[in-house]
Design a protein around this ligand. Structure first.
Ligand SMILES: N[C@@H](CCC(=O)N[C@@H](CS)C(=O)NCC(=O)O)C(=O)O
Length: 232
């Protein structure tokens, strides 16, 4: 499906920020693929056999061979399809290392803090998560300044690795902002990130894959209710 006899299949879940980043990358690269929506409460045999280690989405299956972990998939797409659309990672090895550093920081710190802020078991846990989100975003603001060097995206003039990594997360940020009555990408505290987020959602590749916000908020409420029920 990707062209040149390549067959790409993406196992995903519509609201997953990790899946969304892979969808952004496939869209930016103009690669066509078959999308298979997984029910994470009742995983398919294909998912279980493709990712037997942690059974998580996304999994990209390229000509029958699975690639797991969203950041590994992004790197794989650059390497397996070098001629297709945008190259995500910079050519310079040091710039590449810096982009990977901030991407790891994003997943280790920001994602975890936002999960605690949204689904923490107690109000204290959620408030602590929210504090860590703000701290992590202030650091990401530094990352954006370092990577973009005054240009519009982390990748410079065009969208790169870190744009896609963080971009996958934007739909959740916006939905949970509404749910929690906060503004995470705040022009007052993180002006570069706030402007970046506005630019990112206007990209054709983002518009093509960004989930519907009302659906996202409804789903967020379901998860919140589930988290609250688990604490009682
Ligand atoms: N580090 C993984 C995280 C993937 C992940 O957490 N996926 C979630 C959906 S957002 C999942 O499949 N959860 C199902 C489960 O844990 O059983 C990546 O970057 O791909």
């Amino acid at each position: 499906m990707a062209g040149g006899g390549d067959e790409l299949k993406l196992l995903g879940m519509w609201a997953s920020p990790y899946v969304l980043r892979v969808k952004f990358a496939l869209s930016l690269k103009g690669l066509s693929y078959e999308y298979v929506e997984e029910d994470l409460m009742n995983k398919s045999d294909l998912l279980l056999s493709s990712n037997p280690v942690n059974k998580k989405v996304p999994v990209l299956i390229h000509n029958g061979k699975p690639v797991c972990e969203s950041q590994v998939i992004l790197q794989y797409l650059d390497e397996a399809f070098p001629g297709a659309g945008a190259t995500l990672l910079p050519a310079d090895p040091h710039e590449r290392a810096v982009a990977r550093f901030w991407a790891a920081f994003n997943d280790d710190t920001l994602v975890e803090a936002s999960q605690a802020a949204s689904w923490g078991k107690t109000e204290e846990e959620r408030a602590e998560g929210e504090k860590k989100v703000v701290e992590a975003l202030e650091k990401m603001e530094v990352g954006l300044r370092e990577c973009s060097k005054g240009k519009p995206f982390f990748g410079g003039d065009t969208v790169g690795y870190l744009d896609v990594v963080l971009g996958g997360f934007l739909a959740w940020v916006r939905a949970t902002d509404v749910m929690r009555g906060v503004k995470r990408f705040d022009p007052a505290t993180t002006p570069l990130l706030a402007a970046w987020a506005e630019r990112f959602v206007e990209l054709d590749a983002a518009k093509a894959v960004m989930p519907d916000m009302d659906k996202m908020i409804e789903f967020g409420k379901v998860l919140q209710a589930r988290a609250a029920a688990a604490t009682n």
